[in-house]
Design a protein around this ligand. Structure first.
Ligand SMILES: Cc1cc2nc3c(=O)[nH]c(=O)nc-3n(C[C@H](O)[C@H](O)[C@H](O)COP(=O)(O)O)c2cc1C
Length: 204
């Protein structure tokens, strides 16, 4: 049984969250982790190739293969992570989802559990809108949304950090200088574990 952790990350915050989500997936017996990233746009590579933070984040992701339609097809469950862009998912992630018509027509994604996670620059920069709007294409594909229950440690708080019932999240800061806090990573691990457990129950 395969659980795909799919992410896009320009500066590494969502990548760190994805690796924590992956740890959670791997903690569930009988589930195989598949870690993939959404491909970068050539124009971003051209524009940001010399940017130190961008380059470092890309180097850290070099071990992660680009996600293919076969990866989506073969996954039994999925966790999808994207930073926000004006309150929505990134175009890099959307491009991949917009290429899934062949999967949609044969119902290949129907019944697969899926969870979403994100990163924003600022506290009210759109975590919830990004997570909720990311669910729309996944519902069209017939997937079963899995969130984060409030019984998960660290969820009930009023601090400047992530953790929503719609999915794990973190704050990058307006100059991307913040790092995911341990509480954010722990919620990400819990979400990965939960999606993997639901996947095993539904499709095992
Ligand atoms: C075009 C663009 C739009 C963005 N829009 C928002 C936004 O609406 N709200 C916000 O808090 N951050 C916004 N950001 C900041 C990113 O979400 C932030 O850099 C990201 O969460 C960092 O994650 P990463 O390190 O995984 O790339 C935007 C960044 C870019 C480049």
């Amino acid at each position: 049984m395969k659980v795909l952790v799919l992410f896009y990350s320009m500066y590494g915050h969502v990548e760190k969250m994805a690796r924590a989500v992956a740890e959670g997936v791997q903690s569930v017996e009988g589930v195989e982790l598949v870690l993939r990233r959404a491909e970068e746009f050539q124009e971003i590579l051209d524009e940001k190739g010399e940017d130190k933070h961008f380059r470092e984040a890309r180097e850290r992701q070099e071990d992660v293969p680009v996600c293919t339609l076969d990866d989506l097809d073969q996954a039994d469950g999925i966790l999808l992570g994207t930073p926000t862009r004006y309150g929505n998912m990134t175009a890099q992630m959307k491009r991949l989802l917009d290429a899934t018509a062949s999967l949609w027509t044969r119902g290949a994604m129907e019944g697969k559990p899926v969870g979403v996670f994100t990163s924003t620059a600022t506290t009210h920069g759109g975590q919830e809108t990004t997570l909720l709007s990311s669910m729309i294409p996944l519902l069209h594909l017939g997937m079963i949304i899995v969130g984060v229950p409030y019984s998960t440690p660290g969820m009930l708080h009023t601090e400047g950090r992530g953790g929503t019932p719609y999915g794990a999240s973190t704050l990058a800061g307006s100059d991307n200088s913040l790092q995911p806090r341990e509480e954010d990573l722990e919620i990400a691990r819990a979400q990965g574990r939960r999606v993997a457990e639901v996947t095993r129950r539904l499709r095992g």
